[in-house]
Design a protein around this ligand. Structure first.
Ligand SMILES: Cc1ncc(COP(=O)(O)O)c(C=O)c1O
Length: 425
């Protein structure tokens, strides 16, 4: 007897972020187009979280697919130590044209966690190579930077990382400078710096994603960066989630007057098609690795570093960002979120509502504990999915982070469902 897809899935696969004993069977998705995912029964779902925040232009984008196929047929992969290729060089050149002007060298990897891990390693080795090694990192309380050990260490005290706590390196934490907490955050940074020995301050600029879509203003980030620079401490911007239009500008750092020294990009880099990441740094950092002494080399690399197919997808995605239609959609989503906020903000079940660019977050006031494991999260998730919308609340925080090709009608459907959920739960 042949097994069904779901039976085989249960037999062979371990899903991410999933309690395999109690989780309902996963939904088999057979195809996708633009903002819609289709299951094996022909049901459509609006992908209102851009499939874990990776998709800017919509699913199954023909323009990207064609470029990917052409690249596949020409050069699918080659080791990137001792070799180079046109797609990587073109991508680095094009990224540097649109990144803050102090960014100078692009280092490739393949996911957001490694992009951050590389940023941390670059900063540590920078000071090591200069002959003045340092050992402390500063990061926000509720930051999230990924799943590898450095990224887990840098992330806020998430209960999800409990089993690994003893293996994580210690990090100086400062409060997120949300409105009203700016002075507290600045004070905490100054205090942490006063101890000396700090190599870097790592942050998600303007929006802390997995920590609950917490938002803060560019002015206070400028102040934090300035203070770090006055203390000769490097600043690492984790733009893995905020990059590529999410916050209403191409990068969240475009809101700043100052610039970070290192930037990490991933998620939307390839238009939601292939795993790829980049960590970009200033010339000054790069220069500290130039030496006759081989031990000053940056000994880091992954098998698929600068995969040409990933680079081709990223180049195609950048083409689509050059189309004014993409930015018209981003402006439409921003304006639409704003209007909805006005309408819903006095709902008795809402504790808070916040927006930055295309991201709208609604904090549900729930009588229960509001952690990631809160029961209302599962009920909301099921409710949305049953009604044809993929939303994955973070505990009691519902957020919308759609592909930019979402239509007004689709957005309205998402808004109406959220209103219904607020009324009902
Ligand atoms: C800000 C930020 N940094 C890093 C990561 C880790 O990225 P990845 O899941 O690709 O390893 C994430 C993932 O959500 C993120 O939001």
């Amino acid at each position: 007897m042949s097994l069904s897809l779901l039976e085989k899935d249960r037999r062979y696969i371990w899903h991410p972020y999933t309690q395999m004993l109690t989780a309902p069977a996963p939904l088999p998705i057979v195809r996708a187009k633009d903002t819609l995912l289709y299951d094996d029964q022909g049901n459509a779902y609006i992908d209102a979280v851009a499939s874990w925040w990776v998709n800017p232009h919509g699913h199954a984008k023909e323009y990207i697919a064609k470029k990917v196929l052409a690249q596949m047929l020409e050069l699918e992969h080659v080791i990137f130590a001792g070799f180079t290729h046109r797609p990587a060089v073109e991508l680095a050149e094009r990224l540097l044209k649109v990144l803050p002007s102090n960014q100078s060298k692009v280092f490739f990897s393949d996911n957001g966690s490694t992009a951050v891990e590389i940023g941390i390693k670059m900063a540590i080795q920078y000071f090591h190579n200069l002959g003045k090694p340092r050992s402390r990192l500063i990061a926000f309380d509720h930051g999230f930077h990924g799943e590898t050990f450095g990224a887990m260490s840098a992330s806020g005290d998430l209960s999800l990382n409990n089993p690994f706590k003893k293996q994580l390196f210690s990090v100086d934490r400062i409060p997120v400078p949300v409105p009203g907490k700016e002075a507290e955050s600045i004070q905490a940074l100054k205090k942490a710096l006063a101890g000396g020995d700090v190599y870097a301050f790592l942050f998600e600029p303007l929006v802390l994603g997995a920590g609950g879509m917490l938002m803060y203003e560019p002015e206070v980030l400028d102040e934090l960066i300035t203070i770090c620079h006055e203390n000769d401490v490097l600043c690492i911007a984790d733009e893995v989630m905020t990059g590529f239009g999410r916050t209403g500008k191409l990068f969240a750092c475009n809101y700043l007057k100052t610039s970070p020294d290192i930037m990490c990009l991933s998620k939307c880099l390839t238009g939601g098609t292939l795993p790829m990441a980049t960590t970009i740094c200033t010339q000054d950092i790069f220069d500290a690795f130039l030496s006759e002494d081989k031990y000053k080399t940056f000994f880091h690399g992954h098998s698929y570093t600068a995969n040409p197919v990933g680079c081709a997808a990223a180049l195609a995605s950048l083409d689509l960002f050059e189309d004014p239609a993409c930015w018209e959609q981003i402006r439409m989503i921003e304006a639409s979120h704003k209007k909805y906020q006005e309408k819903i903000k006095d709902h008795p079940r809402l504790r808070a509502i916040r927006q930055r660019g295309t991201i709208l977050a609604l904090e549900f006031s729930s009588p229960e504990d509001t952690s990631y494991f809160n029961e209302i999260r599962d009920q909301l998730y099921d409710f949305f999915l049953k009604n044809g919308v993929l939303l994955r609340p973070l505990g009691n925080v519902i957020y919308i982070m759609p592909p930019y090709c979402i239509t007004k009608e689709q957005l309205n459907k998402v808004y109406q469902l959220i209103k219904q959920a607020l009324d009902q739960f």
